[in-house]
Design a protein around this ligand. Structure first.
Ligand code: AMP
Ligand code: MG
Length: 426
């Protein structure tokens, strides 16, 4: 199952990449590098299917009652007057009738119980008059009103899933409802791609582990906790490699070791071409390296590389840029490497509750977007401050507002694309 990556999967010949060009490279060049394994249904949530899960039988397996009531043959009912039938049997869920329904009689039936042979229609108990017969002792009878349609309140075998139907395709991610569907066809386990081992580290001499003491010039490392939390929304296993100093040898050794032990490595900070940024030269020494200039805001260059078969994603150090670049690029890349189908977050169109006088053309901009009620429904507003170090903006936001390359301004009320965080797994 495991396939090798291309020798240099992040190679390209452009000075600057547009957002869609980045996605195309990731979609087309990355392949599943994970093996597969059987996973108990209890652990399948969020995992990526490695098989097509089919229904080996109908669901429901047999016609059954949708309500508590009385099962009858519709042909036994009068057209113009209520019908009184004697109650010949009682069928509860899990206790099918042993015999067919006798002619001109009803079966007391409960929700989910198998329809007795011969019965085709169920009348809800609330609509019936049930009682004892006046003439014959111990004889239960039921009076059914007119107007019942043939087949009413009967669930048909296979109406949920027909025998042979595919319910999950390879590459699909299990949601709670998919787990339910797999269980409904009797699967106790499903074949899934193994979780990728993803190593994460932060780099910067100024960084201090949260919980530690902040000296002068120090900054608490918030990217690594952020990335680890983001990774927890994915079917991966996180390997925490801590904080690396801005030292060429340190970065190179750590990267080499990470590439040997993990399937993917994600770093933040130190990924530009500054003197204190050592990721690029380390990658150069160890494998393939590229510094992608992506025409987006918030965007710094992203370092993309590969040591053997281990892809390396070097995210910008600024928390907002790290967050956005992770969600836009690293997240879909990890899904693809992990065996999932490629999928794009859906955009919703909302009127802008803000305006932008001047926007640079040829650059796609992503703002922290807030859903704000307006007189005609929801509108999209942007977080008031633009700084790419502001975690406050990420917290205030409900999603990302996406302004396409071609736009050079946005006026209030103009439709804009909104990507709810739910579309990005948050
Ligand atoms: P760099 O990409 O290393 O030049 O860092 C850009 C900015 O992001 C600097 O202000 C860094 O202090 C900040 N930064 C880098 N890494 C982190 C981190 N792990 N947590 C918080 N801030 C960071
Ligand atoms: Mg730095």
């Amino acid at each position: 199952m495991t396939r090798k990556l291309l020798d240099d999967c992040f190679l390209h010949d452009k000075d600057r990449l547009r957002h869609n060009e980045v996605l195309t490279i990731l979609r087309d060049r990355l392949t599943a590098i994970a093996g597969d394994e059987y996973v108990s249904l209890d652990d399948a949530l969020g995992r990526i299917a490695a098989e097509d899960v089919r229904a080996p039988r109908n669901v429901p397996a047999y016609d059954n009652s949708a309500v508590d009531g009385y099962a009858v043959r519709h042909a036994d009912l009068n057209d113009n007057a209520p019908t009184t039938l004697f109650v010949a049997m009682r069928v509860a869920a899990g206790h099918p009738a042993r015999e067919p329904l006798p002619a001109a009689s009803a079966a007391r039936i409960f929700t989910g119980a198998m329809m007795p042979a011969g019965a085709d229609t169920v009348v809800m108990q609330e609509d019936c008059d049930a009682g004892e017969s006046d003439e014959i002792e111990d004889l239960k009878q039921v009076t059914i009103p007119i107007g019942l349609k043939p087949g009413a309140n009967r669930r048909r075998a296979g109406e949920d899933l027909a025998e042979g139907a595919t319910l999950i395709d390879p590459g699909q991610v299990f949601r709670p409802q998919d787990v339910a569907a797999a269980a409904s066809v009797g699967r106790g386990s499903v074949r899934c791609f193994k979780k990728l081992k993803v190593a994460v580290y932060s780099s910067g001499d100024e960084l201090v582990e949260a919980g530690g003491t902040l000296g002068q010039g120090g900054v608490f490392d918030s990217n690594r906790p952020l990335l680890k939390a983001l990774l927890q929304t994915l079917p991966v296993e996180v390997v925490d490699l801590g904080i690396l100093a801005d030292k060429a040898g340190t970065v190179r050794d750590a990267l080499k070791q990470a590439a040997e032990t993990a399937d993917v490595v994600i770093t933040s900070g130190g990924a530009s071409r500054g003197e204190e940024d050592h990721l690029i030269e380390s990658l150069e020494a160890l494998g393939k390296r590229h510094l992608w200039q992506i025409a987006i805001k918030p965007g710094r260059p992203m370092a993309m590389g590969q040591i053997g078969d281990t892809p390396i994603f070097g995210l910008p150090g600024n928390p907002v840029a790290a967050f956005v670049c992770f969600l836009l690029y690293v997240r879909p890349a990890l899904f693809k490497l992990g065996g999932a189908l490629w999928f794009e977050p859906r955009r919703f169109t909302l009127p802008a509750a803000f305006e932008i006088e001047k926007k640079k053309a040829d650059r796609r901009e992503f703002y922290r977007g807030l859903l704000v009620p307006g007189p005609d429904g929801l509108t999209a507003d942007k977080f008031s401050r633009d700084g790419s170090g502001l975690i406050s903006g990420l917290r205030a936001a409900d999603g990302l507002i996406e302004i396409p390359e071609a736009a050079t301004s946005i006026s209030r009320g103009e439709p804009v694309a909104f990507i709810p965080f739910g579309e990005l797994g948050l």
